[in-house]
Each structure stands twice: as structure tokens, then as C-alpha cells.
Design a protein around this ligand. Sequence first.
Ligand SMILES: [Zn+2]
Length: 339
Amino acid sequence: MNWKNLAVPFLAAGLTLLAGCSPEEDPVNPEVHSIPSLAADWITDLGPAQGVHEGRWEWTWNSPDSLSGQVFLEISAISPPNQGWKVVWDFQDKGTAPNLNYPIYLEPRDLSVWHAFHWTCPFAKPQGPIPMALPVPVPMRCLPVQSPDYGCLLELLQDLTTPYFDQIVTHWPSFPVPVRIGAASNGPVDLAECLTEALTIWNDDEAIPWFKAEQDASWGVQLIHFPERNLNPSMAAKITRLDSIGRPMRVQILTGNNFHDPGDRPYAVRGFVHELGHALFLWGHSQDMFHCLWRRGPPLVSVPSQDERKAARWWHGLPEGLDLSNYQVCQITRCVNAP
Ligand SMILES: [Zn+2]
């Protein structure tokens, strides 16, 4: 396997290899070996505002072959600025380095800063349909949430991305995602206007807008209106087209004639805000009744919570192919804003 082929086109975020677990020494027999350090450039727009910053942290590692040791994680800015981070795992300082033919378990010294996780070198196991686009472990910050129903952002993110995506980070080709709206009215309720309003709500305060209305886009989100039908549920999101490796290229939002009274308009907007959350690949639902993706009934709120916005930013800022089920949610305490 050639790691260079793992680069996925249109990556909104990914890692550029500097010195990963590449089997460069013997391309015929892709065996991976004990190595003193792993390093990569993580191209991402996740920055200090999302809790990612420079620093050096002590971790420990262990593996099923009963080896263990210390490792230092070092994160530094790459240039040009605001493009991402250089991530280095340095096994050199403290003796033993792991044999990367085996999965390793990485645990931070301070569990309030990072999530512990299992990591397998992509060359030591068969790849899934969306290949891991990077050959080094990706550390995940412990980030607090406002919701009383979740202990940390990772727990919310895992809940929201288990359906359909199985917690494997998957991206749209680029942002903003085009949305085909067209004309759609139920008498006094203009659904096209309601959806446009929902786009604006999601785009509020975002450096790069999530969505833009665009009639002729060949991919993205599309409103499908059935003026003669009463739908149950009144709205739904459906993935209707995939690319060659199974990433969604089209999400349709289906709606009928349910919202037809002038008083229904706010509920239509709420419904579209909910479905656009799904269109950001947050395909699951939340336990929190004040989240726009609440699972137990029609949404009670018209705007996404800060927690849901954060979840969307992290999902699209993490490298594609990353499996969030390898990360452990905070078990001891709620996440805090530790340095
Ligand atoms: Zn839903």
C-alpha cells in the first residue's frame, strides 16, 4: 500500500504526512516497525477558539504485547498561520517505542485535557471504505458542553454521528454546501423562504458559512416538496447519492403540505434548522430537549445550541476517516477548560 494514495480529494481537513507509520523501508512487505516519533501536519480550521493550541503534554502508551512507556505530544502552529497544526508524538525521550504492528492505547497524564484513545497504524490493518487519510494518532481535546445531558463534546458528537456514519468522520466536498431550494409554498407558508431563513440561522457567526442557496449545484442539499401530501413525520432528511467511496453527495429534505397555516411558519423554520443539522452529517439525535436535534419530538428551539455548533465544527475539522469510537469519553469528571 502506498500512503500517498490515501489522500482524499476535496479534503476540508486532513493531515499531511511528515513521518508517519509508513512502510517505506520495504514497499513489497508493508510491515510496520518500532519508530521513535510520529509527525504530521494537520490541515484544519480548528484553532484556539475551538480549544486547539500549541503546547507539549505528557502521555503514556501501552500495547497488547505488554510494552508500555511515556510519549510526549507536541502541537505547534504551521505556516502560513491559521492553516492547522504540526502534531508530533515523541517516543524518543523515554526509552521504549511501540511496535506499530500492534494497536496502542494512548492515555494523557491529565485526563481533563485530552481523551484517551486506541490507535492502530493504518498500515497494520485493512482499511474501511473511507481510508484513514493520516498515519499518526490524532489527539482529541476534552471540551465542555453546556448541556446537562452530556459530559463532554465527544460524548455528544458520538451520539450525533453513530447513525449512518458509525462515528467515522466524513466530509462534504467543500463549504459552503450548496442548497437547491426552488419554489415551494403551502398557501400562506412559503417553505422556500423558511428554508432560506434556516440557512441564515446556521450561518450566523460562522467564519465560513455552512450553506449557500444555489439552484444549479450538482451536489449538496435539495428541498423536495410534495404539495399534495401530508407527511409523517412532517419533514425528513434522506441521503440519495454517494460518491465512489460512499460519502454523501446529495441530501434531500422532504416536506409535504403539513405546514399550511400562517401560524405554522415558525415550526417550519425549526423543522428546517433540524434537517440542516442532519445535512451537516449530524445524522443522529440529541438527548437534550433544548437542542435543535432533540430526539423525542418536534424541535422546541429555532436555533442550534452552541454545543451543536461546536459538534458540527469539530466533525468537519477532524481528518476524514477518523473513528471517534476509539476515543473514551471523560469518565471521572465533566470536561473543564484546562490549559
Ligand atoms: Zn431528525
